[in-house]
Design a protein. Structure first.
Length: 308
């Protein structure tokens, strides 16, 4: 079994854990919410339902994105994760709209909440379960740079705080008897969901629109090139982008015009290997071109003569 096969299995296993945990929470929260007539608990069930759908999408996209390049996807399948994250963001916004609509209706016509203790218990259990699952997903996502899994982990992390918020609200309703607190809390949950969706959609858009790598990563690229061949060459037209876990780097490498082809090729191989070491998943394309010969005043002029 190759290293890539091991990575793929770990990513898919993590996605399955998220599917199973979210399935359980949707059923438990929805059942309790309907029994006790709590819109905040029902809104949490809807929130978990979006997490479940996101987990299913993440599982599919992870499976697709980890496949090697083929005849129709010669740059790989990394953008499956970016696209799935954008879809997840839209689903989250839809869920937020449903929650807000139901909450406003409940504010206008408040209902008494029965068996509040059951709602408190299911919220506490949901917060604890999502805390541990989100930590696990985030660890795997960071290790293998999976945007889809990271998005799923962020959803669950948001779910932890919203569950705690609902729990506190139910306790407040139990103490005060003010049932309008229930839909107010649900609206606050919707606000947090919208914030998470905007953040996720922005990151997905960056990758779908081929935004350059971060300044920190491009600085690593620059340092790597100069460290290996800085006293011999120059470079220009550096372009970078990212698709899922894959990073794409290409640039023009200007070498002494008399440098042997074999030596130039060896230098490119060394640069590519070094970039893959500091930026996992880096796919580097280097276009080698000779200098224009007008280097009498250049500090590397002696290097050019030595390469003759």
């Amino acid at each position: 079994m190759t290293i890539e096969d091991v990575k793929r299995q770990k990513l898919i296993r993590a996605a399955r854990v998220s599917v199973y945990s979210n399935s359980f929470l949707v059923i438990s929260k929805l059942t309790v919410g309907l029994i006790i007539s709590s819109i905040s608990v029902i809104s949490e069930a809807i929130h978990s339902a979006t997490d479940l759908l996101a987990a299913i999408i993440a599982k599919y996209s992870v499976g697709k994105s980890t496949k090697p390049p083929d005849g129709t996807h010669k740059f790989g399948h990394g953008k499956f994760e970016s696209f799935s994250s954008a879809v997840e963001a839209l689903l989250i916004l839809l869920a937020a709209g449903i929650i807000i609509y139901g909450s406003i209706t409940r504010l206008i016509s408040p209902l008494e909440i029965e068996i509040i203790e059951a709602g408190i218990a299911v919220m506490a259990f949901g917060a604890i379960l999502n805390f541990f699952v989100s930590r696990y997903l985030m660890r795997v996502a960071k290790e293998y740079e999976s945007l889809a899994l990271e998005a799923d982990a962020l959803h669950l992390r948001t779910d932890v705080w919203t569950s705690i918020g609902v729990l506190i609200g139910l306790v407040a309703v139990r103490i005060t008897g003010i049932y309008q607190l229930d839909p107010v809390i649900a609206i606050l949950i919707a606000g947090l969901i919208i914030f998470a969706a905007v953040r996720l959609s922005r990151r997905s858009a960056y990758e779908l629109l081929d935004r350059s790598l971060s300044q920190e990563e491009e600085m690593l690229v620059n340092r790597c090139i100069w460290r290996i061949a800085g006293d011999m060459v120059s470079y220009h037209q550096l372009r970078t982008r990212r698709a899922g876990r894959e990073r794409f780097i290409d640039f023009h490498l200007v070498v002494p015009k008399n440098l042997p082809v074999e030596r130039a090729h060896s230098m490119c191989d060394e640069i590519e290997k070094a970039l893959s070491g500091i930026l996992p998943g880096a796919n580097t394309t280097i276009h080698v071109e000779p200098c224009d010969g007008e280097c009498e005043s250049c500090k590397t002029a002696e290097k050019c003569k030595d390469a003759s």
